[in-house]
Design a binder for this molecule. Structure first.
Ligand SMILES: Nc1ncnc2c1ncn2[C@@H]1O[C@H](COP(=O)(O)OS(=O)(=O)O)[C@@H](OP(=O)(O)O)[C@H]1O
Ligand SMILES: [Mg+2]
Length: 467
């Protein structure tokens, strides 16, 4: 924190009319001995109450959001600069106090905007997407089956390593919940070196942006270690990042939609979200088409990065445009729907992830005749957030499946910040505070705020036998 000239050098401050110390020609030591009353007055009515206010503010900092690091520092400075030898400077003291409070306000606003977190999240997603795009164009994607039989590719491992490296470099104390683990890489030397070949060559073109992310990972062993830093159990306390390096891996393999997803939760609440969708059109005005979920390309005109900070709106920008200004995106919002029958639904491609039959019954109930658009991944959340589609339903197929937090955290925030509401099929907000899964929720209903209640009603009527 830079010091003002007055506070940095109180002895050399020029005389001022409002300054009692300058009204006399005697030395400061003379003044100290000859006029004790003004000093006592200042001590009792200005200095001590100000210290008490600052101490109280410091104690209340965790509640009010005032940065805790600055306050003790401020108090130290005040004590330091205003011990009895400096008490003559009442106007300087007031200026200093005012300045400290305004610095605290600015710091609070900065912290609320999560500027650094947003920038690192955007750049980390952009860098990871460079890697996933390379794999997308490869015929052999190094696919292996996980224990739950879902596929994982060299793209998933590589993207996760790169994102975690960026987070560890910038926020080493934060916890991370990420989808993949390194076991397969540890047991398969060839797979490990294929992933390493990809990771070691992937960087952002902008050297400042690359440096912000910490530059390259040291070696293959460090890469494997990084992947396993995503093993946090999650929970309701502290700062936790959720990563899905390739959401919609099946879509990625099929040549459809997929997303690189990153979100920051603080005490269980999603504060920052970034979604890289390499195969969606850059143009926010492009409506969803029936074919958006298959035979996709990430050529020119494709690749969009959605991001949001809680309370500060949602934006989109081209995924290929690296900017060190996190606020440079275009604000996005959901489409206002006057007539629900004209709304446009999207749903999972995989019938095993969301019930297509229930979705059709809900559409019917709402008088919607257009078939729902099927596409993989959180690209669905991004698409409705910018008004390319309107409603995203995820209707439980299995009674026991628990949704994963990394499949929803970024999308949930982006839709809500674009003017939407996201709940489960019971109407409860998604609860990211209970671990790696959304154990307290069933399914997802995401729609513009104004029509969400109506859509939820139709969902509950259709699912009534199952809920
Ligand atoms: N049974 C079941 N029910 C619901 N969801 C499930 C289920 N099984 C898996 N998954 C998760 O679905 C993620 C893929 O998201 P989508 O369903 O939206 O896309 S897709 O159409 O299925 O590809 C997918 O994420 P990725 O593994 O990252 O692709 C899974 O985490
Ligand atoms: Mg996923």
């Amino acid at each position: 924190m830079p010091s003002s000239p007055a506070s940095a050098s109180p002895h050399k401050r020029p005389p001022s009319a409002s300054d009692p110390s300058s009204s006399s020609s005697s030395s400061s030591s003379d003044r100290r001995s000859s006029s004790p009353k003004p000093r006592l007055f200042l001590l009792l009515f200005l200095f001590i109450p100000a210290i008490i206010i600052l101490l109280l503010a410091s104690l209340l900092a965790p509640i009010t959001g005032v940065t805790t690091a600055l306050l003790p520092l401020s108090v130290t400075r005040l004590v330091h600069h205003h011990h009895p030898g400096h008490l003559s400077s009442s106007s300087s003291f007031l200026r200093q106090t005012r300045r400290l409070f305004s610095l605290h306000t600015t710091a609070t606003m900065r912290r609320d905007k999560y500027e650094k977190e947003l920038l690192v999240a955007q750049l980390a997603v952009q860098r990871a997407a460079i890697l996933t795009k390379r794999v997308f164009h490869e015929k052999a994607k190094g696919t292996v089956d996980k224990n739950d039989k879902s596929p994982v590719t060299i793209g998933d491992f590589g993207a996760q390593a790169l994102i975690i490296a960026a987070l560890q470099h910038n926020f080493p104390d934060d916890a991370i919940v990420a989808e993949e683990e390194s076991a397969k890489l540890r047991e398969d030397e060839k797979l490990r070196s294929t992933v390493w070949e990809l990771v070691k060559d992937t960087k952002l073109d902008n050297p400042d942006a690359e440096a912000l992310l910490g530059g390259p990972i040291r070696d293959a062993d460090a890469m494997v270690e990084l992947i396993d830093k995503g093993n946090s159990p999650g929970g309701a306390q502290g700062r936790i990042w959720a990563i899905d390096p390739i959401d919609g891996t099946k879509g990625f393999l099929r040549g459809g939609q997929y997303a690189v997803c990153l979100a920051l939760m603080v005490d269980g609440d999603v504060k920052v979200g970034a979604l890289g969708c390499p195969n969606l059109p850059v143009d926010d005005a492009a409506r969803l088409t029936a074919g958006i979920g298959e035979n996709q390309t990430d050529d020119d005109g494709h690749g969009v990065l959605f991001s949001a900070v809680l309370g500060h709106g949602a934006t989109s920008r081209p995924l290929a445009t690296v900017s060190l200004d996190p606020e440079l995106g275009t604000p996005i919002s959901m489409r206002a729907i006057d007539d629900l029958t004209q709304a446009n639904f999207c749903e999972s491609v995989e019938a095993g992830h969301s019930s297509h039959g229930d979705q059709a019954a809900i559409s019917h109930k709402l008088g919607i005749t257009a078939p729902s658009v099927r596409m993989d991944s959180q690209a669905k959340y991004g698409s409705i957030a910018r008004g390319a589609g309107d409603i995203y339903l995820r209707l439980p197929v299995s009674a026991t499946y628990q949704e994963k937090i990394w499949d929803h955290a970024a999308g949930d925030l982006i839709v809500r910040e674009a003017g939407g509401q996201v709940t489960d099929v019971h109407g409860k907000r998604l609860d990211f505070s209970v671990g790696r899964t959304l154990a307290n929720n069933k399914g997802v209903v995401a729609a513009p705020l104004a029509v969400h209640a109506k859509v939820l009603e139709a969902v509950q009527e259709v699912l009534s036998a199952k809920l």
